[in-house]
Design a protein around this ligand. Structure first.
Ligand SMILES: [Zn+2]
Length: 408
């Protein structure tokens, strides 16, 4: 039949699987407390840290922006403050957006409010004056990734090559994860392109496929490093001639920024920038291979209440000693790829979360999440039960390929 069906390979990934590309497997996670003070720059490999934020199409906060000018103005002020804050710390924000906020911008960005952004729409100001990278984040119920890239371009947000977030994992009984056919999940055709659903004459070719995860975030892909994911089969394995690149986020949800829990319940396992501290410790002690690229991200919700500016500021302040010592270098995602190609010769590296102290609680949390979800309606949260053929996915869900039922 079509090639998609042949490509549909569901790979069972047993949690705790060994290191795949990061050299010798280092066994169980160690606690890396007793961390040394930052050493002078240049002594050890740095971690390239990106800061991203995203909004969605199905949350009342963002939905309301389209019909309520005052709410939109509040959001606008908040977004401007965040962009400025991130810039102040020498970083560049990757702002990932779904269609709802773009539609609000299209509606309200005119008149007096442009004074604050040099007479430009906030989107243009972000891109042209603050170097912000604008990338699509889609739940794909109405717009696919190409449509979002088109909308962004049309509104002056630049030409993105980044898929900002997609479903890679699905939970199955026993706390195991299955990998989905990620190219199909994103909607990338065999030619590497996505044709618009709303704008069928527009074709988009993404290059970076980022933030692979699981609905509900009970267990996302939390590796550090850069690689070219296999186009069929295991996403976590490098495919030397692969057309797409993944930049690992590490654990991007410090409790100090996102609060004690994910929106759908799973507990946050690092209360602060401990993931970065742990990785810095591993680099310093030689526990991880030297001369390879290490990456991480920080995620702040694109939401006034759930992504407070003061919390982000405090976290950036905590990281500042590591920035000054050269152990942390801020880069937007395209900047990371450039460094990877020029300084590291495009050599793949993926250092998995199974080597970190949160590995065990994370796995336990995933099992609890899956068991709790078991009784809920199909399609909810971490359980992505594919709809029968021809039936569109419920609003807000990433459409998924047909596959075997998670709980036969
Ligand atoms: Zn989302």
């Amino acid at each position: 039949m079509n090639r998609f069906i042949n490509l549909l390979i569901l790979v069972a990934v047993v949690l705790g699987a060994g290191c795949i590309m990061a050299g010798p497997c280092l066994g169980a996670a160690k606690d890396s407390r007793g961390l040394k003070a930052p050493s002078p720059s240049g002594k050890t490999d740095p971690i390239y840290v990106s800061i991203f934020t995203h909004n969605e199409e199905d949350d009342p906060y963002w939905l309301e922006l389209r019909g309520n000018r005052q709410k939109y103005l509040d959001y606008r002020a908040y977004l401007i403050a965040k962009v400025k804050l991130v810039r102040q710390y020498g970083a560049i924000l990757n702002w990932e957006t779904d269609h709802v906020v773009l539609e609000a911008m299209e509606k309200f960005e005119k008149g007096d409010l442009l004074k604050e952004t040099k007479g430009k729409t906030v989107l243009r100001w972000m891109v042209e004056d603050m170097a912000v990278k604008v990338d699509p984040h889609g739940h794909l119920s109405q717009y696919n990734y190409a449509d979002l890239a088109y909308l962004i371009q049309k509104l002056g947000g630049g030409t993105s090559v980044v898929v900002g977030g997609f479903g890679l994992f699905r939970g199955v009984r026993g706390g195991q994860l299955e990998q989905l056919d990620w190219m199909r999940t994103i909607g990338i055709g065999p030619d590497g392109a996505i044709r618009g659903r709303r704008f069928p004459s527009f074709t988009w070719r993404p290059k970076l496929v980022l933030q692979p995860g699981m609905i509900g975030h009970a267990y996302d892909e939390y590796s550090s490093g850069v690689w070219r994911p296999r186009e069929s089969g295991d996403f976590l394995q490098n495919q030397p001639d692969g057309r797409f690149i993944c930049i690992g986020t590490g654990f991007p949800f410090p409790g100090s920024i996102v609060g004690p829990r994910q929106a759908q319940g799973p507990k946050i396992r690092y209360s602060n920038v401990d993931y970065l501290k742990e990785l810095i410790g591993k680099i310093q002690s030689g526990e991880v291979p030297a001369g390879k690229i290490y990456t991480a991200s920080l995620h702040s919700r694109d939401h006034e209440m759930d992504g407070r500016i003061a919390d982000l500021k405090q976290t950036l302040e905590r990281l500042q000693p590591y920035v000054l010592s050269g152990q942390v270098i801020y880069k937007d995602y395209e900047g990371v790829v450039q460094i990877w190609q020029t300084r590291y010769g495009g050599q793949p590296n993926r250092y998995g979360i199974e080597n970190f102290s949160i590995s065990k609680p994370l796995t336990q949390g995933l099992q609890e999440f899956i068991n709790r979800e078991k009784g809920r309606r199909p399609g909810s949260q971490g359980l992505q039960i594919p709809p029968p053929p021809g039936v569109p996915p419920p609003p807000g869900m990433h459409p998924l390929p047909p596959g075997r039922q998670p709980f036969p």
